[in-house]
Design a protein around this ligand. Structure first.
Ligand SMILES: [Fe+2]
Length: 266
């Protein structure tokens, strides 16, 4: 079977707790950044459980999806320790680093080879800008699931970041982009055209918010749209964006796309 049983999932969870506890923070700022990723993982697991519960899939695949959620960001810990940032372009691809950590630590050695391979590939693809369109159906489903579950919690992290006072912020979140109070016209045009923003286009902290918003175009499952709607993410991010007219028009494009997906899944 390609799947994971409860005992195997528990063993990975036990390893995860020990692994994250092994990162010693030298300051409260460092601790805040580690804690952020521990909490993120916990919540991504919660969203994953909710997404898989809404689908007709075997319990073994559900557990494999939970294991992927648990493992997807383990690269964040050595990334932050070694580079002091969560910005992959200034450091290293944290998904590839996660795969290395999982292999080096032998975390998945007891899983069936097929399960291990699916888990590692889904982890490796969780942050890719686009995923190959020739993936096997099972890998494709698991990859889309982790990408949705991840986005559903990254939105929370971003909203908390942008609504916190500077002293309370986990500074590694927004990549140090300048707070210019405006979105760049290039970024706005991409979103208005219904495309997900690519990070190389970002010029300001407000462009970063627009990138978050454009992830709506990359959400896959009906339940994901339902959760996004329930948690009010889109409107909260929209309220944090500048009042620039072109920006508000781009927001409207995202809004109508989301509305069509929520309605079509109702
Ligand atoms: Fe990630």
């Amino acid at each position: 079977m390609f799947y994971v049983n409860e005992k195997e999932l528990n063993a990975i969870a036990t390893w995860f707790d020990g692994f994250v506890a092994s990162f010693q923070a030298g300051s409260s700022e460092e601790q805040r950044n580690y804690d952020l990723k521990i909490e993120h993982t916990r919540r991504v697991m919660g969203f994953m459980e909710r997404l898989t519960a809404s689908m007709d899939i075997p319990s073994g695949e559900r557990a494999l999806a939970s294991a992927i959620a648990l493992c997807h960001d383990v690269g964040r810990f050595p990334q932050y320790r070694d580079y002091g940032t969560f910005n992959d372009s200034l450091s290293t691809n944290h998904a590839s680093l996660a795969v290395k950590v999982l292999k080096r630590q032998g975390v998945l050695d007891n899983l069936a080879a097929e399960s291990r391979s699916l888990l590692l590939q889904a982890v490796a693809l969780h942050n890719a800008f686009i995923i190959p369109n020739d993936l096997d159906p099972e890998l494709r489903r698991l990859t889309l699931l982790i990408r949705d579950a991840d986005k559903l919690d990254i939105w929370r992290v971003m909203i908390e970041y942008f609504t916190a006072t500077p002293g309370e912020r986990a500074a590694a979140v927004a990549w140090g982009l300048p707070e210019t109070g405006a979105c760049s016209e290039r970024a706005i045009a991409e979103v208005a055209a219904g495309r997900m923003l690519c990070r190389s286009l970002l010029e300001s902290a407000d462009d970063f918010k627009l990138l978050q918003l454009s992830w709506v175009f990359d959400l896959n499952f009906a339940e994901s749209f339902a959760i996004m709607d329930e948690l009010g993410y889109l409107e909260t991010i929209a309220s944090l964006l500048p009042q620039q007219q072109s920006c508000q028009e781009a927001v409207e494009t995202v809004r109508s796309f989301a509305r069509s997906r929520v309605l079509s899944s109702a």
